[in-house]
Design a protein around this ligand. Structure first.
Ligand code: 4AD
Ligand code: MG
Length: 423
């Protein structure tokens, strides 16, 4: 057996591929079968007269997405998408498919999302999933090569990390638990043990937001570094994003082409990216000081720059309780968001953490958080506290930007949003 992507190794030889009928067309005496196997698509040429009438008839009528094992001879054809075709020799039908609901014609997004389990087989979703996979590997390679230790954070938690208004509650024996919004607090414990750590897994937000940037379940990578400052992790974030983009450009040119992604700007993603303060950003989009950027402002801001832009020093009121405040200006946090260009908006949020016990205790009260759930977190300030910083990068938003797809729901295999939990 041979995978379609490896056909070039078997020029002139007889090969067997196992896959599905992606498409089929006929010109009377010749049937062209497009077979996909997950690694690629190959055209199989079946000529009347060279095979029995029964077999020819079978190839001419086999339903889309039937599973088949095909034997044929590989030959080079410049015009073929992968550069190779198969001249047909034999077919074994593993299963005749029923009438396939997805055709090559345009379907509405709701129709496709309802059939996501099948739609994943199509060319564009496949290209996005391959790019997602490249991004995941690039993220791990980046941190592993820098000496970070991957440390898994729990998904069932007793309390909020980001905001109590977006927690999913689940019954937990005699009590309640919450699905994790972020592994950060646990990574803070981790970095005090291992120096540099990262977690990479799902995060949950019971967001009522219906924007193209919001999922209720998304993947986040969260590095945390002991003795690091805001500036240190801003540099780390730039390095990470540069590396992810370079990896995709290097490994996924075919997929970017399938997605018709204009890569002109992606090729310019080189360090340093540049940064502006929140105050400067507010002036750029004609907003009052103090509020968070809404979706339109975020889009506007992100369209003003060719590379990702780092926005620093947000008002602490609109940020989480754990943020350290700027010693020169107590109104603002030592934080940053990274906004991707081309209208994609925030892909990273992070900053320096409050490392002073008394101040952190004050914040926990100010934010009305139940103190007893945070005692372990306060312990990190009781036993060897030190400056530390980190950030979280949202995988789906990053993939959406790199792929140039409009909505994050297309960048995760099975999206969960406010109005979708099926399939
Ligand atoms: O800005 P956020 O909420 O930051 C945190 O959770 C920090 N605890 C991270 C840290 O410092 N360790 O989320 C981080 C990133 C966002 O920039 C965004 O890319 C993504 O996670 N994100 C979402 N992606 C999809 N759907 C949502 N509802 C998201 N919420 C956040
Ligand atoms: Mg954020």
């Amino acid at each position: 057996m041979c995978y379609i992507k490896d056909l070039y190794k078997y020029e002139g030889e007889e090969v067997t591929i196992k896959g599905w009928v992606y498409n089929r067309r006929s010109s009377g005496k010749i049937v062209f079968l497009l077979i996909r196997d997950g690694t690629g698509i190959v055209q199989v040429v079946v000529s009347q007269g060279k095979v029995s009438e029964d077999v020819f008839g079978l190839c001419d009528t086999i339903p889309y997405e039937s599973s088949v094992i095909i034997t044929g001879r590989a030959y080079k054809d410049e015009r073929a998408p992968g550069g190779y075709e198969l001249s047909f020799e034999n077919i074994v039908v593993v299963s005749f498919a029923e009438d396939y609901p997805i055709s090559l014609k345009e379907h509405g997004i709701e129709f496709l999302m309802e059939r996501r389990h099948l739609w994943l087989r199509s060319r564009k979703p496949l290209a996005v999933m391959r790019i997602r996979s490249t991004c995941i590997k690039a993220i791990c390679d980046f941190f592993d090569s820098k000496g970070f230790v991957r440390l898994d954070a729990p998904l069932l938690t007793p309390s909020a990390c980001e905001s109590t208004t977006t927690l999913f509650e689940v019954p937990y024996f005699d009590t309640k638990a919450y699905l994790s919004q972020s592994g950060q607090l646990y990574m803070e414990a981790g970095c005090m043990a291992l120096g540099r750590v990262y977690c990479f897994g799902p995060s949950f937000r019971a967001e009522k937001s219906k924007t193209r940037r919001h999922l209720t379940e998304f993947w986040q990578v969260e590095p945390e570094v002991a003795y690091a400052t805001l500036e240190d992790v801003m540099k780390l974030a730039e390095g990470l994003v540069e590396y992810i983009v370079a990896s995709v450009l290097d490994k996924n040119s075919l997929e970017l082409e399938i997605l018709e992604r204009d890569t002109k700007l992606l090729k310019k993603i080189k360090n340093p990216f540049g940064s502006i303060t929140y105050t400067e950003a507010v002036n750029l989009v004609d907003m009052d000081w103090g509020g968070d950027f809404g979706a339109p402002e975020e889009t506007k801001l992100s369209n003003m720059f060719e590379k990702p832009i780092l926005v620093t020093g947000y008002p602490h009121e609109i940020k989480a309780f754990y943020m350290k405040r700027n010693p020169q200006d107590d109104r603002i946090a030592l934080n940053f968001d990274m906004l991707a260009p081309e209208g994609y908006g925030e892909i990273i949020g992070g900053g320096q953490r409050e490392d002073d016990l008394a101040k952190l205790e004050e914040r926990i009260d100010e934010y009305n958080l139940p103190r007893k759930h945070y005692e372990w977190y306060l312990d990190l300030r009781r036993y060897g506290t030190c400056p530390h910083a980190g950030f979280g990068l949202g995988l789906e938003r990053t993939v959406a930007w790199i792929c140039g797809v409009h909505h994050v729901r297309e960048t995760i295999p099975f999206p969960r949003t406010i109005d979708r939990i099926y399939p």
